[in-house]
Write a protein that binds this ligand. Sequence first.
Ligand code: FES
Length: 163
Amino acid sequence: MSFEVPSELEAELDELTTHYPHKRSASLMFLHALQEHFGFISSEAEEWTASKLGLQPINVHELVTFYPMFRQEPLGRHQIKVCRTLSCALAGAKVVRDAFCHKVGLDLHKHGPQTTPDGLYTVEFVECLASCGTGPVVMVNEAFHEHVTVEKAEQILAGCRGN
Ligand code: FES
């Protein structure tokens, strides 16, 4: 697969670097923009960013692997985020996450985000989604779901199948 940054995006990013005394200070902005465009940060994107900013690819890779908001793989069409912070954990977040994984055929014991081979679903634990009194809380793309149970997880998936 070839990696090509559209010329308008490249021009935008080039312009951005002029706002910083050191080009490398724009690293995170580059990565956010590339992730928004490509959906994730590939090793080609890391190399491209490094060459634009006068860095080594490892310098960029360190950022991508340090910050949890950066993705190294494409996401599924339906991104299911289950809050696992204390209130949601006590309310049953693990059971809910396992139900989602089980229903879409993902490994219950694997850590980190997982995507189904058909690219339809990504399931992952995330930290607090800022509705701690209504846990377990789940986000599916932009939709917010509260008091999620195993039964409700099934209904949510049924809704995804229709989209
Ligand atoms: S702990 Fe889950 S929303 Fe805050």
